[in-house]
Design a protein around this ligand. Sequence first.
Ligand code: FA5
Length: 336
Amino acid sequence: MNDEIAARITATGTRPALAELTTELLGKKSDLSARKARLGTLSPEERKEEGRRLNEEREAIEAALAARRAELEAAERNARYDAERLDLTEVVPHLRRGHLHLVTQTLEELEDIFIGMGFTVAEGPVVETDWYNFGALNFPVGHPARNMYDTLYVDLGEPESTVLRTHTSPVQIRVMEDREPPIYSIMPGLVHRRDTTDASHLPNFHQIEGLVVDRGITFGDLAGTLDAFTHAYFGGDIASRLRPSYFPFTEPSAEFDVTCVFCKGAGCRTCGKTGWLELGGCGMVHPNVLTNVGIDPEEWSGFAFGFGPERMALMKHGINDIRELITNDIRFLEQF
Ligand code: FA5
């Protein structure tokens, strides 16, 4: 193959042009074919020599064409890949990236803390029977403690037999029915009450219930768990305290308060000048509740608590109106 042919092959820029050149160099009308046709006119000696040369030239041209074809194919493939490439990191300027709502972030953070303390997570239905929401939790029918909850009833079955759960405590019953102690579980979820919306109340809000049932569990374990939780969630400068209270399903019962984050305990309007803010209720699981689910209160004891994640989010981030969480003002939501 002479230099001129080699240069023409290298200079060919497309596959159709290369196909044409292949025909020109190796086809019936090519110089090689003409020389091959003339072989018969040569003497045996010359024919042998010329035949060998023709073969060598053909092989060299074929190799050069194949190499150029491979180069052109690779270039075409790369051009196609470039054209088809999707930039998954591309930010479309007019679309802004969203994120989880502050309440969802709070629920996930609370779950993470308790999972880190060895708790498992359980869930139960939002539409509940009167038995799970009240009866099994030691609220007898007609008991005045039922008035603590402004209950929303579902029009199903006997009147007032089906409710939108007013708290996550019925999930305690379901967990104790499903599992043998020892139990270390938290139960987050949505609850509903006929509460009037104001700066600290919503009619639909979340609770996160905690339940521990084991041998030898004491009120000290409850206080220690809540204190460890307070520090993990709010940081070291926020203290917790327990105040005597009443719930039919716990005995003794307490209200769980933390240092007011707005005044750091000095006393302000938000905390009613007490220096403390209420986060939830808690107590030792009432023996009647254990008996209702077939757990022997002589052998097992436990504690339970129920917090309000919306109120915890307000406290942690210094937000003074719970309604901000449901107005969906993007200028508010994008700060978290
Ligand atoms: C209860 O619902 C009990 N089930 C808690 C409990 C569980 C006690 C286990 C003992 C053992 P309470 O009604 O106080 O308790 O509600 C608990 C928390 O839910 C409140 O402290 C508050 O943080 C939150 N909460 C109550 N009502 C509202 C509301 N309307 N809007 C927002 N958060 C609320």
